[in-house]
Design a protein around this ligand. Structure first.
Ligand code: SF4
Length: 375
């Protein structure tokens, strides 16, 4: 089982962000830590201290959790869940709140062995545009401190496709990133999400993103450059050096069971999906009543098949056709023959070793392809 823990606090709101997060305040953190520990106990009892292969603290900004909160939560997590000896334990951090060696060393002592650092860009102008709470110097400093503390598995997040950005500038960002030698890189194209300040700017006509062909070159040439540098593309937005693929995220794409704790966290256990309330007070009330996990939705066979297609085609491994046939009793190629033929002729998809896979150009337009394929 995969375990996800949502930490909803952030210093401010980045201009592009639509995740569930709230401003940091100590009283709210105290209440959150108490409810989260209680939620861990509830699930520990309910699932009889289940074995967990990966743990992921995401957010929000987990690195805003103060040391006293970690000292309550981390031992509770170990008491309630049976952590595999080879657990992959990721902790997301923003550079401005990861500039403390003692804090980083304490994470390692608790068992965290993978740090995911939200760098987003190594250009201060980009960071100001995105509304990030740190500058490029802090990002490099946090990375160096994490290395010195002993982190041997660090992932860096980057965003490409910013207004005015050219392919050469994005490639320059990647060169700087590669020079740091992280084990893993996640590179997301900037998207304008509803309800964000960026969306308001776009609606007012003040936001001009790079054109389609420029974005295409950024994506494909960026991915080729990373592969030349030893970072294998294993998913639409993810690249890893040998042996450092994220097991947690791969677990989602493989359709494994996952339990999500904290406000807004989603879980899927034995074919049933449920979601915690996004508001901290509502989530805490459910935890108090012991009703988290109730009222879930059993996924239908159609939903499961659709998710299998949507998730596996995002990965470099692709859709395992025999497994699909076994799960659904259907032949995916025959069912989608005309579309797959057209995609193959356009170099967007290929068939090999019993798997259907998107090419790099296919990854670039994966949202459109997946919408058509996952009927
Ligand atoms: S730090 Fe992350 S979660 Fe928080 S507002 Fe920025 S992008 Fe969103």
């Amino acid at each position: 089982m995969l375990l996800y823990i949502h930490v909803p606090f952030c210093r401010g709101k980045c201009r592009y962000c639509s995740f569930v997060s709230r401003p940091f305040d100590m009283a709210a953190v105290e209440a959150y830590a108490a409810s989260l520990a209680a939620e861990m106990r509830l699930w520990g009892r309910k699932l009889e201290h289940p074995k967990v292969e990966t743990v992921y603290f995401g957010g929000g900004t987990p690195s805003l959790l103060p040391p006293w909160a970690l000292s309550r939560l981390m031992p509770e997590l170990r008491r309630q869940f049976d952590l595999d000896a080879a657990v992959e334990w990721t902790f997301e951090a923003n550079p401005d709140s990861a500039l403390d060696s003692q804090y980083l060393e304490s994470l390692l002592k608790y068992g965290v062995n993978r740090l995911s650092l939200g760098v987003q860009s190594l250009a201060d102008d980009d960071l100001r545009f995105l509304g990030r709470p740190h500058d490029a110097g802090q990002a490099v400093a946090a990375y160096c401190l994490a290395r010195q503390a002993g982190f041997a598995n660090i992932s860096l997040d980057f965003i490409w496709g910013l207004p005015g950005q050219r392919e050469s500038q994005w490639l320059e960002q990647l060169k700087l990133a590669v020079r740091m030698r992280p084990e893993h890189l996640s590179c997301y194209g900037l998207t304008v999400e509803e309800g964000t300040p960026l969306a308001a700017e776009a609606a007012a006509g003040g936001l001009i993103l790079p054109g389609e062909s420029e974005q295409g070159r950024m994506y494909v040439h960026g991915a080729e450059y990373l592969e030349e540098q030893g970072y294998l593309q294993y998913e639409v937005s993810n690249f890893a050096r040998m042996g450092f693929v994220s097991r947690h995220n791969s677990g989602y794409w493989e359709g494994r069971d996952y339990l999500g704790l904290g406000p807004a966290a989603v879980s899927t256990l034995r074919g049933v999906r449920f979601e915690n309330p996004g508001e901290q007070a509502d989530w805490a009330a459910r935890v108090r009543r012991g009703t988290v996990g109730q009222g879930g939705e059993a996924l239908t066979d159609g939903q499961k098949a659709r998710e299998m297609v949507m998730l596996s085609l995002r990965t470099a491994k692709g859709l395992p056709l025999r497994a699909y046939r076994k799960a659904t009793g259907r032949d995916f190629i025959k069912d989608n023959e005309a579309l797959i033929t057209a995609l193959r002729q356009n170099g967007l998809i290929r068939l090999s070793s019993g798997h259907l896979r998107l090419t790099k150009n296919g990854f670039l337009v994966s949202n459109v392809i997946l919408e058509r394929l996952a009927y």
